[in-house]
Design a protein around this ligand. Structure first.
Ligand SMILES: [Zn+2]
Length: 311
């Protein structure tokens, strides 16, 4: 039986970074792995990031695998599992994702013939629980209640207060849904550079399944939208920070995520990985075509295009 691992988390949580670490470990152990990457935007950014580590990546982009791409996800899972080529399939859904729909797919008779759920991990960025609306809270609850472990991202050993606050915020999401977090949803609060062989040996041993809970149905296609921009300009990092801060300023719709590649003044590829509360701009490991995905609600594409083009 092929094991299907799911690495979920809200927009910008750090899913791809965690998968990079997990892939390194799986490679050491000689495990044959396929990856399914789901991007809500049209440009395959995470796919490009992971391509440096493995070629076995299938991409579903331009929507979420819980809504419009659910059937495509089901069919792709069957295709990869029945091929017999892989021991594990890692699924990275878009940051807009409802975990209940994942279990709908993995419980289908055709998937169960070849595969079963392995580890379900939910990544939570300390800043991602700030200023979230009801729809996002519901989505986060779906990702937290049936997970095997909750991994806090972007923390260090000296972050005790941050970890305490974050744990309380996570528990609050359970209380708001009249439930309580138990040991079944264990929080792992350790810096990722400390995730060792023992951690991953335990990580691969889970068998995820849906725990009983109140289910709320959303069609994310109606709630969120995305724009992919291909910007030819070159940018300095300070200039880009100013533009990106302006983009999050709600004058262009409610922008939640900006991710992709742009070109620096000295012609290097910049990897853009931003949420409103965390701007990350760094030199990309490989040169890439300029393309950025912008995800949010009521996104004003032409306004954003002008903002980036006239910067
Ligand atoms: Zn969806």
């Amino acid at each position: 039986m092929v094991k299907i691992d799911l690495i979920t988390g809200f927009l910008g949580a750090g899913k791809t970074t965690f998968i990079q670490r997990y892939l390194q470990w799986l490679k050491q152990k000689d495990v044959k792995v396929a990856i399914i990457e789901n991007e809500f935007g049209k440009a395959g950014i995470d796919c490009a990031i992971l391509k440096g580590q493995t070629d076995n990546i299938s991409e579903l982009s331009g929507g979420c695998i819980c809504c419009g791409l659910k059937v495509g996800f089901h069919d792709l899972l069957i295709k990869l599992s029945e091929s017999g080529e892989y021991e594990r399939i890692i699924v990275e859904p878009s940051g807009i994702f409802n975990l209940d729909d994942f279990f709908d797919v993995t419980n289908s008779e055709n998937v169960k013939k070849y595969a079963q759920v392995g580890t379900v991990a939910t990544i939570v960025d300390p800043t991602s629980l700030i200023d979230v609306d009801q729809a996002v809270t519901d989505m986060l609850y779906s990702q937290l209640h049936s997970t095997n472990l909750i991994l806090l991202s972007k923390i260090s050993t000296s972050d005790n207060n941050k970890i305490k606050t974050l744990t309380e915020s996570i528990d609050h999401i359970f209380w708001a849904n009249s439930t309580k977090r138990t040991n079944k949803q264990k929080i792992v609060a350790q810096p990722w550079e400390n995730l060792n062989d023992r951690f991953f040996s335990e990580f691969v041993a889970y068998s995820g399944h849906s725990l009983p809970h109140k289910r709320r149905l959303y069609d994310h296609t109606n709630t969120y939208n995305s724009s992919t921009l291909h910007i030819k300009n070159q940018f300095s990092v300070p200039q880009l920070k100013e533009i990106i801060n302006a983009a999050f300023n709600e004058q262009y719709g409610k922008v939640l995520r900006i991710k992709g590649y742009l070109t620096s003044q000295d012609n290097q590829t910049l990897l853009i990985n931003c949420t409103k509360n965390r701007l990350c701009i760094e030199i990309a490991k490989e040169s890439q075509q300029s393309a950025i995905n912008i995800i949010g609600k009521n996104i004003n594409r032409s306004g954003l295009n002008t903002l980036f083009s006239n910067g």
